[in-house]
Design a protein around this ligand. Structure first.
Ligand code: C5P
Length: 325
């Protein structure tokens, strides 16, 4: 139940985040645009606050029990806590890179290229978790890639409403940012999954640890990269409603991803984002009426759905996962 609910929420969250983030980075507004590095810091703060409330609820609304638990985790097991610095550093880099990507690429190109993370995730799951994928699972990964490419094809080649002549260098910067993000997403996701499934601690406690390191790294990044602008106009310059929506959606995404990693796994997470591509296309068609699906789109969509079914069919429930450590 949690598995499918979280995957469903992830589909909705990914769809809305990509569209609003792209919109927020291209919106022409008076005054300075919000700093991506500051948005990453704000997202971490929100995630830490929400996770603290969730730990409080998990501990039957007892502040005492929560304090005790956090103290035990942070003070008595510093090595466990320190382990989370690695994915936190990588995610901070990745979260900043995604803004770079969406400032330089259109949403469609970004989404299709970022799907390569399914492959990097599968490779890291096999090498780091010792996960075995059956023939159908490998095959479904190939079918998924083919489907995603077909789905994207018409939009990419025909261009959409925000048709723009992007300079070759912007395109290069954007694609490089996505490619590095694919590597980091695969590695950090699997690393977090390994920590989560090796130890018994609640996912929300782990997320507070991840968030605190993330906050520290993201703040250093903001001060290092945008320090002068922060000193001049403040950290929250250019925060309009759309920037706030992006920050909230990004925070929601992080929380849902943590649940998906716990109840399903990282590879299944990749399939949820594929479904979200189809969903953005459907929204464009039915609501925005700026997209006319072709036969190629339908074949691609069918392949993606078939691949999702094929992967899930062979997949054992999360608690039955053979995780060799
Ligand atoms: O694209 P990908 O699925 O790798 O995105 C992962 C996102 O989820 C990152 O923004 C990361 O900061 C966030 N995350 C989180 N908590 C986790 C795992 C990931 O906030 N436990």
């Amino acid at each position: 139940m949690m598995k499918y609910l979280s995957l469903g929420v992830l589909v909705l969250q990914t769809t809305s985040l990509v569209l609003t983030m792209r919109y927020s980075r291209t919106l022409k507004d008076d005054g300075p645009r919000y700093l991506a590095s500051s948005a990453v810091v704000s997202t971490e703060v929100i995630k830490i606050l929400v996770c603290t409330v969730l730990v409080y609820i998990e501990n039957n609304f007892s502040a005492q029990a929560m304090k005790q638990l956090l103290k035990e985790e942070f003070v008595s097991r510093p090595r466990e806590t320190l382990k989370l610095a690695i994915p936190a550093l990588i995610y901070t880099l990745q979260n900043n890179l995604l803004y770079v990507a969406l400032s330089n690429l259109d949403a469609a190109t970004y989404q299709v290229t970022y799907q390569l993370k399914i492959l990097t995730t599968a490779l890291f799951s096999v090498s780091m978790l010792g996960r075995r994928l059956g023939f159908y699972q490998w095959f479904s990964l190939l079918v998924l890639m083919a489907g995603v490419i077909l789905v994207q094809w018409p939009t990419v080649s025909e261009g959409d409403s925000e048709q723009k002549v992007l300079s070759a260098s912007a395109q290069f910067v954007g694609v490089m940012a996505v490619l590095i993000a694919c590597l980091s997403s695969g590695f950090a996701g699997v690393y977090f999954e390994k920590i989560l499934k090796e130890t018994k601690q609640s996912v929300w406690v782990r997320n507070i640890q991840l968030g605190l390191f993330g906050f520290a790294f993201a703040s250093l990044g903001m001060l290092g990269y945008d320090g002068r602008r922060v000193a001049e106009f403040g950290m929250f310059q250019g925060y309009n409603w759309i920037a706030c929506t992006v920050v909230l959606l990004q925070a929601l995404g992080g929380l849902v991803i943590a649940v998906v990693i716990k109840y399903a796994d990282n590879i299944l997470k990749g399939f949820a984002t594929s479904l979200s591509i189809i969903m953005s296309m459907l929204i464009s068609y039915f609501l925005l009426e700026d997209f006319h699906p072709s036969g190629v789109f339908f074949s691609g969509a069918t392949l993606v759905l078939a691949a999702t079914f094929m992967y899930g069919y062979e997949h054992k429930p999360a608690n039955g996962d053979a995780v060799k450590v």
